[in-house]
Every structure is written in C-alpha cells, then in structure tokens.
Design a protein around this ligand. Structure first.
Ligand SMILES: [Zn+2]
Length: 456
C-alpha cells in the first residue's frame, strides 16, 4: 500500500489549508469503524474523534448545548431567535470497514491531500458532509450570527450498522417536545452523470427511502445419514422455493418523486427522450416499462426488490439437512408494506411446508413534500451555490439515519451539498473514496446560506 508521501507539502496542519480541510484530514485519520456487534467497536477511537471534533470546532462546542445520545452519538442545540420551526442537520461519525484487498491509490486512513482532493474512507460518507456542517456553524458563530430558528445538529455513531444513536436522538427530541420543521441528512448530492443523456449535474434530494426488510425461508425434515436419502427433503423444497422467488417481481410503477425528477431534467435531455420525460406523468406506464427494461438498477427505481442472500443447510457433507434456510433481503418501494411483501413471497413460494418469517421489519419512508416552503429553501440555496445544477427530488435506494426522524418530522430531506462524479459515488463503501477541496468549500457555503436563509 502506498505511503502518504505522494505530496511533499503534505503536513498535518499546513497553515494555508482551509480549516475545513485540515479538520477533515484529522478526522479521516481516526478509523471510526462501526460493527454490528457493539463489543467489537473500538470505543477509544470514537472518544478520540469527539476530542478532535471539539478541538477543530471550539466555538461550536463552547456555545452549543451538547447531549450525548446512544453511545457516541452527539446532539447539539444552537438556540435561535425563535423555536417555532426548529431544523435538524444530520451526519454520522462512523464508517464502513476497509477491504484490505481493495486497490486504494492512497491509504484509506491516511487522508492524503493529492490533486486538490482529500483521499480516504469517509471523505464522502460521511465525514466530508459532517465537517462542512460544523465549519458553517463555526464560521457563523465567529461572526456572532444567531439563526432565526433553533438549529439542532444530530451526529450518529452507528449509521452503518444499526442507527441506534439516531433512534436515541429522536427519543431525546421527542422528550423535549421538539417537532422539527425539516431535517437534512446525507443521501443525495450534486451528481454529475446522474442520468444517461443529462449533461448538467442534478442536485438530487432524497424525499423517501426504500425500506429494508429481511425474511427467512425455512424448510424442515427428518435429516439423517446421507447414505439413505428420501425425496423432497428440506434442501429440495427450499431450492424450489428460491427458484420460484427468482421468477417473481413485485408490481412496478414510477412513484411521484421519480416522475418529478424526470419532469425537471426533461429540458436537459436529448430530443425524443425530452418529450417522454416532460410528459412523465401522463406517460407513467411507458416510463415504468422503459426503466424496467433498461436493467436491474433502473428497474429497482420502480418496485420492491427481493434478493436471496444467505443460504444454509447441513453442516457436514455426509449429513442430510434437517433444516434448510435462505435469507431474503427485500427493499420496499413506497406504496408496498412489509405485509404486502410477506404475502407476495408466500404466494411465490406456494409451498406451506416452507415457512416465511420476518427477521427485520423496515417499511419504506413516507414521502416528504416538494411543493413546500422548506423544500423551496433547499432548492433556492442549491440554485445559488450550484447555479449549473438542476435541483430535483428522488427516491433513495439506500438507508440513512434520517429515516428514524420521519417519526417526528414530515419533511426529511436527504442531500449532501457536495459535487460527486459517478466515480466518486461508486467509491462510497468501496475504494478510492475522495472529496475535492473546492467542493468542501462549496458545501460550507451551502450550509451557511441555508442557515442564513431560515425564515423568522
Ligand atoms: Zn453514510
């Protein structure tokens, strides 16, 4: 693995570096990897992260009221001139582990500054967005600014695994009677090459996210010695169930946010596509068929997906399984419920001897409004800071901590104000994750303008 010596001027705290860049580099160097098993979390590194964050943003820590929630989650309150319409700005401190075999060009926890970018795990997901929020607040505090409304910062510490600290933050807000006007969390970005044929960047704001539900298919039988097999045992019945499930698709439709996305990018599409997109509402079924036909990625935009992931049978080659199981990961499109999915899976399996159990229940998030003053504020801020980009809603495929906030807030928007190329988006949870310095500075400007624009 290469060392961090690629840039000779690469000092931890080069004086000419913008503060936000120095802060990001210091925080990326702390490997705050979360684990499903809390016992495997290196709590010392999360403690060090808190210390470093306080050192980098001293006014934020001195002037905002901090509450620790759910382990290493942080909830800050910045009192505004009014508390009638509080807002919540979110990010998370933890990162996914690094695959040691992946060919990173720069060490994943080195935070090298190369070619005008900071490289490393978490630079986009989600330490970059975290530092731009903090820098915006810190610089406004330096100017003696008071926001028009209460501003809460909610930083989860286990977003990549459980999201328990976000749940704890929601509980704390509920306990204090806070009902946020809107929430902004990670999710969308100022995405270039967002859609085929669209030359301009699209500032996509997630207004709903798919729900994650896990099911277990279980077939049972007598088991026994492999020398005396009977027909139609647990593995055979399970295999049949899986094959049937593989031929099953949930009903496809194009949800409202996707129709609105197409309507907004229509003027930037070439000829015939432009007409279809502009009339997306009327031509909905046609659009749905086109998205399904275009491949698994666009098909996932139109429906609940089912994927068989884990499999288990007998523990030994010479033993017949008495139980065979298959895990099914479902991603629920808004409009479908967990009960709909369970019913569809039972119908597809069509075998009462194969049990279907729900292991993890996650409904699709409700759709946040687009025709609304809060969304209009995000949109106006985006047009100002990213004048070349088209702001548009979309349906997020992945899960974020902000889904927990839908319990106390109707307007949950998933958007990081950072430009991201297709390659950068692909690097998230993968390798060569990096963020450009100029893009961090734009991100700070976006949050500053958003906070300055909160209505009285
Ligand atoms: Zn994230």
């Amino acid at each position: 693995m290469p060392t961090g010596a690629t840039d000779p001027s690469d000092q931890p705290d080069r004086p000419d570096l913008p503060r936000v860049v120095a802060a990001l580099r210091a925080l990326v160097r702390l490997p705050t990897v979360s684990h499903r098993d809390p016992g495997r979390v290196d709590t010392a590194v999360f403690d060090a992260f808190h210390t470093e964050l306080a050192r980098r943003f001293p006014l934020l820590h001195a002037q905002l009221e901090a509450t620790r929630v759910g382990g290493h989650g942080l909830l800050f309150r910045w009192p505004g001139a009014d508390d009638a319409r509080p807002v919540v700005l979110m990010a998370h401190l933890d990162v996914v582990p690094v695959d040691e075999q992946a060919p990173w060009q720069h060490p994943p926890f080195g935070a090298d500054l190369v070619d005008g970018a900071v490289w490393g795990r978490g630079t986009l997901d989600d330490k970059g967005p975290l530092v731009v929020v903090c820098e915006a607040v810190e610089s406004l505090l330096e100017n003696g600014f008071t926001p028009a409304q209460d501003v809460w910062l909610s930083f989860g510490s286990d977003e990549e695994v459980l999201g328990a600290s976000a749940v704890a933050a929601v509980e704390e807000l509920r306990r204090r009677g806070v009902r946020p006007w809107f929430v902004v969390d990670e999710g969308g970005a100022v995405a270039s090459e967002a859609l085929p044929g669209v030359a301009v960047p699209v500032a996509v704001v997630g207004v709903t996210e798919k729900g994650v539900t896990s099911l277990l298919l279980r077939a049972e039988g007598r088991g026994g010695h492999a020398s005396t097999p009977a027909r139609n045992g647990p593995t055979a019945r399970l295999a049949r169930a899986i094959a049937r499930l593989d031929r099953t698709t949930m009903p496809a439709r194009t949800p409202e946010p996707t129709l609105e996305l197409f309507r907004r990018v229509a003027p930037h599409l070439p000829g015939p596509l432009r007409a279809v997109a502009a009339n997306a509402r009327r031509l909905g079924p046609l659009l749905t068929r086109a998205l399904v036909a275009a491949g698994p990625e666009t098909a996932a935009m139109t429906r609940t997906t089912l994927a068989v992931t884990t499999l288990s049978g007998s523990p030994a080659l010479n033993v017949i399984a008495s139980t065979a199981t298959a895990g099914v990961n479902a991603r629920l499109m808004v409009g479908d419920t967990v009960e709909d999915v369970v019913a569809a899976v039972r119908r597809a399996v069509a075998d009462d001897s194969v049990a279907v159990e729900v292991l993890e229940r996650g409904e699709a998030s409700p759709v946040s409004p687009v025709d609304d003053p809060a969304f209009a504020l995000l949109e106006a801020t985006t047009r100002e800071v990213f004048p070349d980009a088209v702001p548009a809603p979309y349906v997020m495929m992945a899960a974020t901590d902000s889904r927990h906030f839908t319990a106390i807030c109707d307007r949950v928007y998933r958007f990081a104000p950072l430009r991201m190329t297709k390659a950068q988006r692909a690097a998230i949870h993968s390798y060569d994750e990096h963020v450009r310095v100029d893009d961090l500075l734009d991100g700070v400007r976006w949050y500053r303008r958003l906070l300055e624009g909160l209505p009285a």
